[in-house]
Design a protein around this ligand. Structure first.
Ligand SMILES: [Fe+2]
Length: 200
């Protein structure tokens, strides 16, 4: 059984309350970790048994394979989201330089990704596309929707209402602004440096 990873920061965030984090991390994220395990166990048993009922309209195998990607991405996306929070929001490092080169300035990049976040129903992710060797901002309306294979997440922004409704009501714009204030640029820079050069 996998265990949820602890929140990787201890300092209070600016504009994202401890109450929101407790629900988001301890209940919602932990729930995805448990479901990921449950699905893996059921898939393992099914793979060793009778697979003759496999069917694309409905079958147990179809349901499990679809839920496998939903739960797994639910775990991975949340872990990266929590991992990049807890900073001071001051852009530094090679990633900030590369974003400024690509978008004109870091502020211009933040404006673009913030707009994408306003247009998403679930996730907005800045990723490094290892096929095109370029940045790609991906919107996903569900955990297993919208992603592009070969893209490595650098900055993961959760825009489901559970991420902000307690603190900001329906004002997603205020939450997105708070997200940038708490971004740990040293963490995302490390992610960038690991991702770049892995082009296929
Ligand atoms: Fe979430």
């Amino acid at each position: 059984m996998a265990s949820p990873i602890p929140l990787p920061f201890s300092k209070p965030l600016d504009g994202i309350s401890g109450n929101t984090l407790a629900i988001h991390h301890d209940k919602l994220y932990a729930g995805y970790v448990a479901k990921k395990d449950e699905i893996a166990t059921k898939l393992d048993a099914l793979m060793r048994g009778d697979l003759s009922s496999a069917n694309a309209t409905y079958s147990e195998l179809r349901g499990l394979k679809d839920s496998e990607t939903f739960a797994t991405n639910g775990v991975y996306l949340h872990e990266t989201y929590f991992d990049v929070l807890g900073g001071d929001g001051v852009p530094t490092g090679q990633l900030a330089d590369a974003l400024a080169t690509t978008y004109g300035s870091v502020d211009a990049f933040i404006a673009v990704m913030s707009a994408c976040a306003m247009a998403s129903r679930g996730w907005t992710v800045l990723a490094w596309d290892t096929h095109d060797a370029t940045f790609r901002i991906v919107n996903g309306d569900a955990h297993n929707h919208g992603g592009v294979w070969g893209c490595l997440p650098l900055i993961v922004l959760d825009v489901y209402e559970h991420a902000y409704f307690i603190d900001h009501g329906s004002d997603r714009k205020a939450y997105v602004a708070a997200f940038w204030k708490n971004l740990d640029w040293s963490k995302v820079d490390t992610r960038y440096q690991k991702a770049v050069g892995r082009e296929s």
